[in-house]
Design a protein around this ligand. Structure first.
Ligand code: NAD
Length: 497
């Protein structure tokens, strides 16, 4: 077993092997020797590690390792594979603090949020591990005498798992665990903005008993990503990230009929009607909009409120937000850490300036925070609330992916629903109301994959499908038993005796 990574703050020490690729059970540098820097977004001058910058040759080697490992891993059996995942969950529990520190150091979310991410990842591992005893087909009536018919699942084959930086442990776990449980072999490629959290996950799975070659780690960005998605031996691509990259992957996969599972962006609305509990709504909105610095696919980015209660609601939100402490994500009293990099910070500032130019009003925040107590120079954005935002403006229809909340007026339930549904995304949606008819109307009419009623619009449970509607999602949902639609092929047999 490898010694756990040392406590990472303030001096961040990562064992050297974790910055390599992991191919056929070996930690190896990129074949070209190239590396890229993994920076701490709270202190950008600090390079946490120089990480393997893979190219096409590394991608080919990783896919070949997965292909060669396929038959033996498929033969292990799902119950045994489940036992390996249970062991991995136990190791992850043991390494929780170390993992949380790696996440906070390279991604920037608060340490408490990183600990929650590790807990969630561990729960997902255990849920998927238990599926090893339930991954069943069915027996069916036969058309002929002395005959029977049955169905069962076979692993899809080699799959590519391409992940974003915002949940650098939980998302890799909810792809790698079902891939391995189903008997697929995989190449996982995390985001270059948070590569090491995934490397620790791969190390844990290997220590738990995943066979060499069954799970390979490929670091880098677009070049190895494209090599994976266009490789003829890759039968399926599970991708979480932005819509434009998802669309490219779909095109690359289409001509060879490779299967895809695409989890994409969101522009999530919370509807607040005049009869709602405004304190509860304000609490939930602040949690959904500013938790993880607004960098969740399900983050609350629009509040669509009945105009008669707008000011009462906004004053409650602003009261909570204006006192938030922005700064070091390791500090106990910090409410909001940095966004992930300089381009994300610039995108947040640009979005606010664009909104103000068309008449929106900044009620709190609205700017980058350059003066933090520790003088770190990190990528900090003040938590921002805007009112008077036109429903069809860019900030109200496209992802900002940062701590910026737009408040939009509506005349009542029907208009609120129309505004909420007017965007191309449909990840999560929330409604606050005491009116039961409107709650059931929302079930019918809210065009979202995940609906929340009188509770925060974020958060997911391992046994519930994680999915969006419209352009937020394509293919089978993740988590839940529905994910087998992606990782397995259903087979049938007719037997006469
Ligand atoms: P991104 O699309 O820029 O990158 C995602 C991954 O794709 C990274 O690993 C990247 O290296 C890789 N990649 C980039 N170009 C590629 C290409 N041409 N071919 C193959 N791979 C390529 O997204 P991001 O900035 O890392 O993440 C933020 C986005 O992810 C947001 O849009 C957010 O909404 C979305 N997201 C969605 C969910 C969900 O469940 N729907 C969850 C988290 C994040």
């Amino acid at each position: 077993m490898t010694a756990p990574t040392e406590a990472l703050a303030p001096t961040h020490r990562i064992p050297a092997h974790l910055s390599h690729n992991f191919i056929s059970g070996e930690w190896v540098p990129a074949r070209s020797g190239a590396t890229f820097p993994d920076r701490n977004p709270a202190r950008p001058a600090e390079i946490i590690a120089e990480v393997a910058d893979s190219d096409i040759d590394d991608a080919l080697a990783a896919v070949e390792a997965a292909r060669l490992a396929g038959p033996e891993w498929a033969g292990v059996g799902s119950i045994q594979r489940g036992k390996i995942l249970f062991r991995a969950a136990d190791i992850m529990d043991r390494r929780k603090e170390e993992l949380a520190r790696v996440i906070t150091t390279e991604q920037g979310k608060k340490l408490s949020e990183a600990r929650s991410e590790v807990e969630r990842a561990t729960e997902i591992l255990r849920f998927i591990a238990g599926e090893g005893r339930r991954l069943s087909g069915s027996t069916l009536p036969a058309d002929e005498p002395r005959s029977m018919a049955l169905t069962w699942h076979r692993p899809l084959g080699v799959v590519a798992l391409i992940t974003p930086w915002n949940f650098p442990l939980a998302i890799p776990v909810w792809k790698a665990a079902p891939a391995l449980l189903s008997g697929c072999t995989a190449v996982i490629k995390p985001s270059p903005l948070a590569p090491l959290s995934t490397a620790v996950m791969v190390e844990i799975l290997a220590e738990a008993g995943v066979a060499p070659g069954a799970l390979n780690l490929l670091q880098g960005d677009r070049e190895p990503g494209e090599a994976l998605t266009s490789h003829p031996d890759v039968r399926g691509i599970s991708f979480t990230g932005s819509l434009p990259v998802g669309q490219k992957i779909q095109s690359a996969a289409a001509h060879r009929l490779a299967r895809t599972q695409l989890e994409l962006g969101g522009k999530n609305a919370v509807i607040v009607l005049a009869d709602a509990d405004l304190d509860a709504a304000a609490r939930a909105i602040v949690h959904g909009a500013f938790g993880q610095a607004g960098q969740r696919c399900s983050a609350t980015s629009r509040v669509v409120v009945e105009a008669s209660v707008r000011e009462e609601l906004v004053s409650r939100i602003v009261e909570r937000v204006s006192g938030m402490v922005v700064g070091d994500p390791f500090a106990d009293d910090t409410d909001l850490g940095p966004v992930v990099d300089s381009s994300r910070l610039a995108a947040c500032v640009d979005a606010v300036e664009g909104a103000v130019a068309i008449g929106a009003r900044v009620r709190t925040g609205g700017h980058a925070v350059t003066e933090t107590a520790d003088g770190s120079g990190g990528y900090f954005m003040a938590p921002t609330v805007l009112t008077g935002v036109p429903a069809d403006s860019e900030i109200a229809t496209e992802e900002v992916f940062g701590p910026v909340l737009s408040v939009i007026d509506a005349s009542g339930f029907d208009e609120a629903m129309e505004i909420s549904n007017s965007v191309r995304y449909g990840m999560s949606g929330t409604i606050f109301t005491e009116n039961r008819a409107h709650i059931f109307d929302a079930l019918e009419r809210f065009e979202v994959g995940m609906l929340h009623v009188n509770r925060p619009g974020v958060g997911a449970w391992p046994h519930l499908p994680h999915m969006g509607a419209k352009l937020s999602q394509y293919g089978a949902p993740e988590c839940s038993a529905e994910t087998w639609e992606f990782y397995t092929e259903l087979r049938s047999a007719c037997i006469s005796f």
